[in-house]
Structure formats: C-alpha cells, structure tokens
Design a protein around this ligand. Structure first.
Ligand code: NIG
Ligand code: FE
Length: 404
C-alpha cells in the first residue's frame, strides 16, 4: 500500500470554520492513501505512525496547494461559434435582440445539430484542455444546444466521453429547456412535453446527473420550468436553474421549492428569492464572465446573499454566446473586481461551494476522507490566484492521488 506525502508546501484547505483565512496551513504536510487524503496539517505534527509508513515523499519546493478547481456551470459542448453576433452587439444590438431575431442560442443549435459526435468532441476538447491547464479537476457540462433527442444525446455522450479520455470528472446536466427549437415555433408547451419525454430516455442511458432549465422571458416560464422539475423529481434527479439573469421571474423561489442544488446568474434576484434559496440550501452560482461579456450593469445582490447566508460559487459559464470563456482563474479575478467578492470567497466559490453546487460532498476541501484532488501553484499566497489577470501559475495537478 502506498502512502504519499507532499511536504515543503502551504495548503489552502478551504475547510469551513478553520481558524485561518483560506483554511491555510503553513509549512504543511498532506498525506494521501488510496486516492484519498488521510491527513493534512503542520509538517512537524505529522503523526509518527504515518511518517513511518510513507512510501513516496514529494518535496514541492515551496508550492501552495489548493483543492482541485471545480467549474460547476458550463455549456462546453457546442458546435460553431458566435463571433459574428459579437460584432453585431458591438454595433449596438443587444443579446435579447439577437435571440428574438432567431440568432443567439438558436444559431448554436443549428451548428451543434450539424456537427458529428467526433467533430463536437474535437472542438470541445480544445476548450476542456484550456480549463484543465488551469487546474480544473471536476467540471459540469450541460446539454441544451441539441434540443431534440438525438442531438441532446450526442452532446451528453460527448460530455461523458470527455470525462473518460481526459483527467477530469465530468458531471452532466440535461438542459433540454434551454431555448425553443425552430420546429416548435409558437408551440412552447408542446416542446416542454418533448423535454419531459426526452429526460427519462436520456437518464436511462446513464447520461444525466442533474436537470437545468432557462427560466426567462426569452426562454421558459416558471410554469413550464416547473413541469421540467416535476419530471426530474419523478426520476430522483436534482435540479438547478438559470434564474433571474435578465429579469426577475421568481425562478429562484420555484427552484428552492424543488430543493435546487443551485440557482445560477441571479443578477435580478429579489430578497424573497435569496431567502428561499437560503432555506433550501441552494448555492448561488455567480457568472462574472456572462455579466462582463453582455456588459450587464445590474450586479448580482452579493450583500443580500451574504446576509441570508446563501453560499456563492463562481463558474465560467463557458458557452459561445454569453461567456466564451475557458479560464476559471480569470473568473476568480472578475468575481472580485466586478462583484466585490473577497479573494477567499472567490476561491471557495471554485472549490468548496462549487462542489456543493454539484451535490458532491467528497471534494472541494482538503481534509481527511476527501478525494485527493489538488493543485500545486507557484504562488506565495492564495489571494494571488484571484489577483492576477491572465497568469497561470499552475505547477501540477493531482487527481485521486495520481499526478496528471
Ligand atoms: O448561461 N442563459 C442561458 N444560457 C447561457 C447562454 C447561452 C448562449 O447564449 O448560447 C448562459 O448565459
Ligand atoms: Fe449558463
């Protein structure tokens, strides 16, 4: 049995309730056995019985170790790109104008449907590699650009396959209720029927870990969203929601009633919404990339979230239209500069709280019994990860105790 120990390092454990900010342990040792952390603490307190059994010692040369980063909200698998819409927006068109004119999500649906599984995989792999290069070890990928059984299946299969061929755990989310596909124009409820029909079929194929919807005036109503949630609930699947991104639809209250893992975006979240999320234990997933790229001016109500004790996660929202972003480290910076999160809140947002947003209790902090997913960084202090713009100080990534 191997017992590895990482030494000559500082560890930002991100453990809740730890005395030091970031759960920081200076001059630490991190012991790993069978893919799990068995001990984390100050090096000179490493128990003698453990020290005697160490088979591999990794002297990091003074690295900072954090939990592996978790990107808990992405639309990473899609065909085509939307650079032309970026040009249109620079000429004055809004995101909603473009969506209403048949562009937006619908244009990505066209390109995604046209792509073969292999093409979709090759295009998505490039984005995934960029995320992994910055220390992402767990990633959520949503469907929602297929909007028909065979194409939703194709995207979810690609997402699962990416998790098999790359050193990362992929969690898949069915987002059939993302937009109305063109063949259903004027028949919104009929499309919701179709979403409700697709879900159990895809779930039976092992392709669905959770269910999401886009509740918005340019997408689905709360009543339609609720039908999707009922279908998820019937299968025992957890839900989450794109809520209050462009307007307040009270989606957060609805999601909370269904025990949502998270409500995401939330720029227009009301006090009632925040209170409902707190009661349900739903995580607020903030997406500074979309806020920035759409040049939104309404900030998510961070003070309200703090006041109600709603924990915040941060994610890339990697997608072609509102956040063509493959840098979770940049999102750390933007969460602080744009949303005024502290660097500690931001780092918890891509580790401990991102794990919670995915319903995963075995990762996101460095503590005994947790998965040994962690990243070694060439920085002197964890705040540097959020402070830098465009730097990538990652040295190494370890997943379940294995260097990748
Ligand atoms: O998270 N809000 C809905 N969905 C995506 C954008 C999708 C797109 O524009 O392609 C989002 O922002
Ligand atoms: Fe999104």
């Amino acid at each position: 049995m191997t017992l590895q120990v990482w030494t000559h390092c500082d560890i930002a454990t991100l453990q809740a309730g730890h005395a030091a900010p970031y759960g920081l342990i200076k001059d630490a040792a991190l012991a790993v056995e069978a893919g799990q952390i068995t001990w984390a603490g100050t090096r000179n307190e490493l128990p003698a019985d453990l020290a005697a059994r160490v088979t591999h010692e990794h002297d990091t040369g003074g690295a900072l170790i954090t939990p592996g980063l978790i990107d808990c909200h992405t639309h990473l698998v899609y065909g085509g790109d939307r650079a032309h819409e970026f040009e249109l927006r620079l000429q004055g068109a809004s995101y909603e104008d473009i969506a209403r004119a048949g562009g937006g999500i619908a244009s990505t649906v066209k390109a995604t449907r046209a792509a073969s599984e292999a093409e979709l995989s090759a295009q998505s792999l490039k984005r995934l590699r960029a995320l992994l290069a910055e220390g992402v070890t767990t990633l959520e990928i949503k469907s929602g650009y297929g909007l028909a059984l065979e194409h939703e299946r194709k995207a979810l299969r690609v997402a699962r396959e990416l998790g098999r061929i790359q050193p990362v755990e992929v969690r898949t989310t069915f987002l059939g209720a993302h937009a109305l596909p063109p063949e259903y124009t004027g028949r919104q409820d009929a499309y919701v029927d179709e979403v409700v029909r697709m879900l159990p079929l895809l779930h039976a194929e092992g392709l669905v870990d959770a269910v999401d919807a886009f509740c918005e005036r340019i997408a689905f109503s709360t009543a339609q969203t609720e039908r999707v949630f009922q279908a998820a609930q019937a299968l025992g699947l957890r839900v989450k929601l794109h809520a209050e991104q462009l307007s307040d639809s009270s989606g957060a209250q609805l999601a909370a009633r269904y025990g949502a893992l998270s409500c995401d975006h939330l720029e227009w979240l009301s006090e009632e919404g925040a209170a409902a999320m707190a009661k349900a234990g739903s995580v607020a997933v903030l997406l500074p990339g979309a806020f920035y790229f759409l040049r939104e001016t309404k900030l998510p109500p961070v003070a309200l979230l703090r006041q109600h004790g709603v924990v915040m996660a941060i994610s890339t929202d990697c997608n072609p239209g509102s956040s063509p972003c493959t840098s979770l480290l940049l999102m750390l910076n933007m969460a602080c500069t744009l949303f005024r999160l502290t660097p500690e809140e931001a780092l918890a947002g891509v580790t401990r709280h991102a794990a919670k947003a995915l319903g995963l209790s075995d990762r996101g902090v460095l503590a005994p019994g947790m998965r040994a997913d962690f990243v070694l960084w060439d920085v002197g202090h964890p705040a540097q990860l959020a402070c830098a713009i465009g730097a990538n100080p990652r040295l190494q990534t370890v997943i379940e105790g294995e260097l990748v």
